[in-house]
Design a protein around this ligand. Structure first.
Ligand code: C2E
Ligand code: MG
Ligand code: MG
Ligand code: MG
Length: 277
């Protein structure tokens, strides 16, 4: 009955509202319901050392499979959640779930750093650093088993304030990475001072290498920048052996992508990558 009513409301609004607006609202409401109904899941994508093939960590990626909407990709719902503010409770859930998983794996002897993507709104919450401290305590999780992936836009909004927060997070032992590097506007001067461990080269610069000379030049420049700043550098979206060979030849330290594995459910990533059974 509830479903019936939902549908007729939908038709009613469809006649009276802009469809683009409606679908964002509808998605946002469905997303909040999915969070409450525990329909969100985290999958984990491995990150390997290019030279030795060793696992260096996994990245937690949100998955939402809705009864009515089917699989909704993060590229569709994350921007909506960021606009509506739903990213705050969702991001909190992600941190909680990822920390619990990292602690559970550590308890079974698999000490794998788990990386979590962070939205600007989360990072800018005034109690963000404190709440992360409490999160680690709650799960008895060593800080070095949790990594935060931030984008350049998060860091430039208020660079001095961001710098203070990053240093506090480092004091908790957390690892920090800059995600989608090369697509934003970070100042190289700040980059030098941010207490980060790794740059992740955006997939858009990886997909057409080798072959596209501009993308090759950008990828190589980021790798060399990382080397000069003594940072690890992860290529995102590596799908082919040719891409891997190009990256290896230019000194890229890590890779992530379908060539290794997509994001997998927790038990599968454990079965395939923990070196246990
Ligand atoms: P991202 O953090 O840059 O994650 C990488 C994206 O590339 C993921 O898409 C991953 O599944 C995809 N990918 C990995 N390897 C390959 C490959 O070889 N080929 C191709 N074509 N794609 C590959 P996904 O899971 O759809 O996530 C998209 C974006 O949504 C993420 O980009 C991230 O910005 C955001 N996101 C995902 N989960 C969360 C979350 O928990 N919190 C926040 N704030 N954002 C999230
Ligand atoms: Mg990421
Ligand atoms: Mg990325
Ligand atoms: Mg990306």
């Amino acid at each position: 009955a509830v479903k019936e009513r939902g549908r007729s409301d939908f038709r009613f609004y469809q006649r009276h509202m802009n469809v683009g607006l409606l679908s964002r609202m509808k998605l946002d409401q469905a997303l909040r319901r999915a969070l409450d109904a525990d329909l969100l899941e985290l999958h984990y994508q491995p990150k390997l050392g290019i030279a030795d093939g060793r696992l260096v960590g996994v990245e937690a990626l949100l998955r939402w499979c809705d009864d009515e909407l089917g699989e909704v990709p993060p590229s569709r719902f994350i921007p909506i959640a960021e606009e509506s503010g739903a990213i705050i409770p969702i991001g909190q859930w992600v941190l909680e779930r990822a920390a619990a998983q990292a602690a559970a794996w550590a308890g079974r002897g698999w000490r794998v750093p788990v990386a979590v993507n962070l939205s600007a709104m989360q990072f800018n919450q005034s109690d963000f650093v404190e709440s992360l401290g409490r999160l680690l305590e709650r799960h008895a999780l060593p800080g070095e088993l949790l990594e935060l992936e931030l984008t350049e836009s998060v860091l430039i909004a208020d660079a001095d304030d961001a710098m203070r927060r990053l240093h506090s997070l480092r004091e908790l032992g957390l690892r920090l990475a800059i995600d989608d590097f090369g697509t934003g506007y970070s100042s190289l001067g700040y980059l030098k001072r941010f207490p980060i461990e790794r740059l992740k080269i955006d997939r858009s610069f990886i997909s057409d290498i080798p072959g596209n000379e501009e993308d090759e030049a950008i990828a190589v420049a980021i790798i060399e920048l990382a080397r000069a700043l003594r940072l690890a550098v992860t290529a995102e979206g590596v799908e082919t052996a040719a891409q891997k060979a190009f990256l290896a030849r230019h000194g890229c330290t890590e890779m992530q992508g379908y060539l290794v594995a997509p994001a997998l459910p927790a038990d599968e990533v454990y079965a395939r990558f923990s070196g246990r059974e």
